[in-house]
Design a binder for this molecule. Sequence first.
Ligand SMILES: Nc1nc2c(c(=O)[nH]1)N(C=O)[C@@H](CNc1ccc(C(=O)N[C@@H](CCC(=O)O)C(=O)O)cc1)CN2
Ligand SMILES: Nc1nc2c(ncn2[C@@H]2O[C@H](COP(=O)(O)OP(=O)(O)OP(=O)(O)O)[C@@H](O)[C@H]2O)c(=O)[nH]1
Ligand SMILES: [Mg+2]
Length: 578
Amino acid sequence: MTSASPTIVALATAPTAGAVGIIRLSGPAALEVGRRLAPGVPPSPTPRHAYLASFVDAHGRVLDEGLFLYFRAPASFTGEDVVELQAHGGPRLLRLLLERTLEEGLARLATPGEFTRRAFLNGRIDLTRAEAVADLVAADSESAVRAAAAGLSGALTGRVRALEEPLRELHADLEGVLNFPDEAEGADEDAESRVQALRAQAEALIAEAGQGRLVRRGARVAMFGPVNAGKSTLFNRLVGEARALVDDEPGTTRDALEARVEWNGLGVTLFDTAGLRETPGRVEALGIARTRELLSGVDLAVLVLPPGTSVEDAERWRDEAGSTPVLMVDGKCDVASSHSRVRETADEGAERKRGDVSAPSVPTVDGKRGVAPPHPDVPETPSAGVERKRGVEDTSSVWTVAGKSGVASLHPHAREALAEDAERSHEVAGITPMRMVMSDSSVRSPRFEVERKRGDVSAPSERKADAPGASGTPPPLPRPRVSGLTGEGVEALREVLLSRLWGAGTPSAVALVSERHADALRRASEALSRAESASRLSTLEVVSGEVAIALEALGELSGTSASEALIDAIFQRFCIGK
Ligand SMILES: Nc1nc2c(c(=O)[nH]1)N(C=O)[C@@H](CNc1ccc(C(=O)N[C@@H](CCC(=O)O)C(=O)O)cc1)CN2
Ligand SMILES: Nc1nc2c(ncn2[C@@H]2O[C@H](COP(=O)(O)OP(=O)(O)OP(=O)(O)O)[C@@H](O)[C@H]2O)c(=O)[nH]1
Ligand SMILES: [Mg+2]
């Protein structure tokens, strides 16, 4: 391979102005071509010695003064003769030097990834390590850098080898028994358990693919929810700068916005989306369609709920995320906590003692006292996860009415939307004893928010989403309370997001199992699964055949059995000069 390959050349550094620019040559003519540009360098330079040399044009005129480096085959990155011209980092200068290496046709420009490809073909690195090189170049978070660096040091290679070698031994044992039954007698005895153990190992690696993807490309998190919930304000808080426009008017955000942050070394792309509502304007509707599309492609959707969202509305908004995991958060918690008052139902109120802290008895909006009588046709609906008990201590069945200050300043559209909200909430009163509370009906639209006390509305839905099929009644997950406006709860939300995205452990410690790796591992695991049943139901030939298939699939990871097309596909991901 080495002697037959043409000599390749490329700019190894970025094609922009920089302190130093490197032109790298690899192949049998590397030294000859390099010395044409740097004639001062001796014909047999000491390998790995940095020569200070003049780089000259075809007429011997000096273009630059730089360093000349020679690596003699096979002790080089590619395994071939390599020469580096380390010049000053001027793009035009570097182009002149590059053109000069191409004169006389001894070298040609390298294709993307061709240097690394040669390193692979010449056995310097295996495929997973070559891929780690690409991952390292593409890494844009600390965890991605660290995980790729571990890959380059052979972390994944080692784990694949730990799977491949025992599998190869097993295959040899099985073939031995098949071909030399006398000598190899008994070597197949524990075949089934060996297959089982290896399959478990393959599955463990496959299970890391999700985390590998998360580290490699970063997590994608979208804020979504009803209009005016405070999504953009919260987005800005999480991003740390005023990226999104914020306004009182519902429907402010039309286009999805994105921002990249890094949390605990994990790259996170945050999206702010157009708020959802039933009767949007035309442009806004386009934004909402985009929100839906975006939600289907993120790792986690954060449903920002304004104070007073009903259970049914919360569920309806959640459905917009489809199968994407949803984290519900109570937004504008400053409003809820500073303005909300526990709303008593008349019958509960009658039982309450004055001054009972667990049941403050001043349901007010704008200072007006209000009492919510039981709704005339409120069925008690344990099916909605809401079991109403009577009694002073039962705060979980008490409803809160939260007023929002500054309603008068709302844009007319906002008031309309709020009125719609109000109506909708009234409709769902089937599970909610409540009454509309007008702040000041002569001037303002009805503005009210009704919500259950904490630890309530979210419970049934969180159970549904987070413990599917679980029996019994697991405790409801805490629903983070945040205020984008004051910053309250934002740090805690960040922690919750990280643990939902990542769980425990360190992102940088993960093996970067790519989709390609997972696919090959899956095929290996399936073959092993068939080998397992064959060891009980079929002949040894069949078992051995499946083990061979698993080995072949694993060979695609290291590259020992990778096809030309697969290798092409892998190295095309690289940049030129890599
Ligand atoms: N200037 C420069 N910096 C660079 C590179 C390069 O090609 N040029 N690299 C390019 O990606 C990376 C370094 N990777 C390298 C990997 C192996 C060898 C090498 O010479 N390997 C020989 C000898 C090993 C040894 O002496 O221990 C070998 O593997 O046989 C060189 C660079 C990053 N920095
Ligand atoms: N009190 C309080 N007001 C908030 C909070 N977050 C946002 N607001 C206000 O609520 C209004 C809407 O905020 P936005 O962040 O634009 O809400 P949004 O959900 O992005 O709205 P759309 O883009 O229209 O869907 C603005 O007037 C904000 O100042 C909060 O945490 N507390
Ligand atoms: Mg917005």
